[in-house]
Design a protein around this ligand. Structure first.
Ligand code: BG6
Length: 470
């Protein structure tokens, strides 16, 4: 074993007890989609009617088979230096009909995962919703329907009661804006509605569901922390000209502050409300909604950071009568010389992670947070396999290191960041992209019975965690 260097031999030492780990989700890793009483979620259903919408027509049935292999996988988490790991509880597994009976097989499975993590000194972080609306709930109207909000809160309560004696970090939603964008605005995912106002209703109802779940958590007096995981895409203007700066501010309101403000400050940003009101796009708000949002701020925030958003003042004419899109108020800006991950098409700009940290420090009361996702998806990684049989993903090591340098700087300047979770532990199934882009520290070989092999980045991550820095 390598000798652990003393803290002052490291250029980038991290605080004691910093969380090193990764994030994943139930629907993307468990597989066993039709096993032991689980019923379909919207992705299982969408695949059954439109398999061609998924990369190489690979569906969610098996994903990475974590359901049957979690013990072996948790050993690999140890070998890759995890002291913490986030996954999600699938609503359609735990309460297959959305409401009513709890599935005992699901309880056994999640108990097994939680206990195995704890037995291996890996702190379990549990998320309650990762885009996986049970199909029976979607049939009722999904997040547009208040009955579904109540059903979700009941599901959350069951999770707290069943697992809250051991799980200390809870998250109500992962990236709740993604279903709004993908399923109600941009025609990407099932149910492929394109209607801003309905999307706004989905967003509001999700925030109410979140706040009600936080309220239940507090009432149950669970010994733990509760929060939400948001994907933040800071908006940068093309120039400091007022019209560009205004465009960036508007994009920021729609894509960041719309969720960040209500969950931390207990209210929607006033200028966003104004923009929607002027256009008659405000969602229906029921009596009590704003109170429950105001009274239930989070304890901890998860920040998923992948890329910034660059915008300029609107130049393109919006066609008359076109249904409203946030993009009617600004144009995307392609910054010359930007660094791009060609596989995913996302910009790589490491220092933005620092800007987020400073923004939370200065404008959100320095609330405790952690980087809950950050990662690099690459297609065709097999070509980097070395003669010893493992993938040499130096680009991923560099990607993590370059981001961590900025996290380190943010920490030195007083940001309250508690850890770093990579997306993701092992290659997993990613919605319509299926297994196109690989993000894992551990390779999953689909052609070879899901064989797991730790990549070079996984070996490096172990050292990073053992040394608590680099
Ligand atoms: C994150 C999501 O935003 O991005 C994950 O939380 C997703 O669920 C990940 O898998 C990567 O997405 P993609 O589309 O590049 O595979």
């Amino acid at each position: 074993m390598d000798k652990i260097p003393h803290e002052d031999q490291l250029t980038y030492p991290f605080p004691k007890n910093f969380w090193w780990g990764s994030a994943a989700s139930g629907p993307q890793t468990e597989g066993a989609a039709n096993c032991d009483g689980k019923k379909p979620n919207i992705y299982d259903y969408w695949y059954s009617i439109e398999p061609e919408s998924f990369h190489n027509q690979v569906g969610p049935e098996h994903t990475s088979d974590f359901y049957h292999r979690y013990k072996q996988d948790i050993q690999l988490m140890k070998e890759t230096g995890h002291n913490s790991f986030r996954t999600s509880i699938q609503w359609s597994r735990l309460i297959p009909d959305g409401v009513g009976e709890v599935n005992p097989k699901a309880v056994d499975f999640y108990n097994g995962v939680i206990d195995e993590l704890i037995a291996n000194d890996i702190e379990p972080f549990m998320n309650l919703y990762h885009f996986d609306m049970p199909m029976c709930m979607q049939e009722k109207g999904g997040w547009e329907c208040r009955e579904v909000v109540d059903a979700y809160v009941n599901f959350a309560k069951n999770c707290f009661q069943l697992f809250g004696d051991r799980v200390k970090y809870w998250f109500t939603f992962n990236e709740p804006i993604v279903p709004v964008e993908a399923s109600y605005l941009y025609n990407l995912h099932y149910p492929k509605v394109v209607d801003f106002k309905r999307g706004a209703q989905v967003a509001h109802n999700t925030i109410v569901a979140h706040a009600k779940a936080v309220e239940v958590f507090k009432k149950l007096n669970i010994d733990g922390k509760i929060g939400i995981i948001l994907n933040l895409t800071p908006s940068y203007p093309r120039s400091q000209e007022p019209k560009d700066v205004k465009a960036a501010h508007i994009a920021d309101l729609f894509f960041n502050r719309s969720f960040l403000d209500p969950v931390t400050k207990g209210e929607y940003p006033k200028d966003l409300v104004e923009i929607l009101k002027e256009r008659e796009l405000l969602p229906a708000v029921e009596p009590g909604d704003l109170e429950v949002i105001r009274n239930n701020p989070i304890d901890i925030l998860g920040v998923n950071y992948y890329q910034p958003r660059r915008v300029k003042a609107k130049e393109e004419q919006v066609p008359a009568g076109a249904p409203f899109m946030p993009e009617h108020l600004f144009d995307p800006y392609i910054m010359p010389g930007r660094k791009i991950n060609p596989h995913r098409g996302w910009e790589i700009c490491e220092e933005v992670i620092y800007d987020i940290m400073i923004d939370i420090r200065d404008h959100y009361g320095n609330i405790p947070f952690f980087i809950s996702e950050n990662g690099m998806g690459v297609e065709g990684e097999e070509k980097f396999r070395n003669t010893e049989g493992f993938i040499e993903d130096d680009y991923r090591i560099e990607f993590i290191q370059e981001h961590l340098k900025w996290v380190h700087k943010g920490l030195k300047e007083g940001a309250n960041c508690l850890g770093y979770h990579l997306w993701t532990f092992m290659d997993n199934w990613s919605w319509a992209n299926a297994y196109k882009n690989r993000y894992g520290l551990v390779e999953v070989d689909l052609k070879n019975n899901f064989k797991r092999t730790i990549k070079k980045s996984g070996r490096w991550y172990k050292k990073l965690s053992d040394n608590n820095g680099f």
